[in-house]
Write a protein of this length. Sequence first.
Length: 289
Amino acid sequence: MTGTKIDGIEVAKNVKSQVKEIVDDLKSKGVNPCLATILVGDNPASATYVRNKHKACDEVGILTKDHTPAANITQNELNELIQKLNDDDSVHGILVQLPLPKHLNEFNTTTQILPEKDVDGLTPPNVGLLAIGKAMLVACTPSGIIEMCRYYNIDLEGKNVAVINRSNLVGKPLYHLLIQNNATVTTCHSRTKDLKKICLDSDIIITGVGNREIFKLTPDMIKEGAIVIDVATTRHEGKLSGDADYPEIIEKASFASPVPGGVGPMTVAMLLKNTVTAAALTKGIDIKS
Ligand code: GUN
């Protein structure tokens, strides 16, 4: 069997056109959606991600404010910058690009962000709201994956889903979204026993390890007709790749997402959606669909 490509660029385009309509509507109501980004230091991969986020904001009419403190900024200085953006009414979303340099603490940083401006869904109030099914702002990669499934009519109800990632930005929020869609979820990680067996028993495998030296998802690990969503982005043999080799996995899967061109564009599209959601909330408008 050769499966169908889950084309993240196409789904992202669809989300962006919905966001653009919301931006235009908000502007007509006097709200000018604005995202502030903070990129600490000069990690080239992070710089590329932030550049892509700004470009996407431009495309849909979302304003951006770009903050690029040097790698040696102190925790106090970084917290002060976030407080300033919290107090700035023209800023609706705040994103601190991760990872941070080693001397800065991720938790101490992200928890400074006002929950209603937390477009990464990382603050404890937003994590808690998601866990009880009342999410306001959800991490962009997991919500992008759910959006991809919706676009391709992939029904999650009753499906066995293996998620190979347990991070705060991907695996944990994804678990909640999947169970809210009535899937049965197995969250796997580096200590999971019999990973291959779990994968072979799964209807859907969402993989996000990102290190080919320790893990690769190969066709012998999936059942015929399984759905594979590859969240990883890593450099392998000089090119960008995921945990799976798309050309070989699509021969056995019913659907699979490539890298690049899969989940990555969806993360950016959902960031735009979260920014307009946050902007709309300032006027008491709930735009969730
Ligand atoms: N680094 C990699 N992915 C993300 C993301 O979704 N948000 C932030 N803030 N940093 C990231």
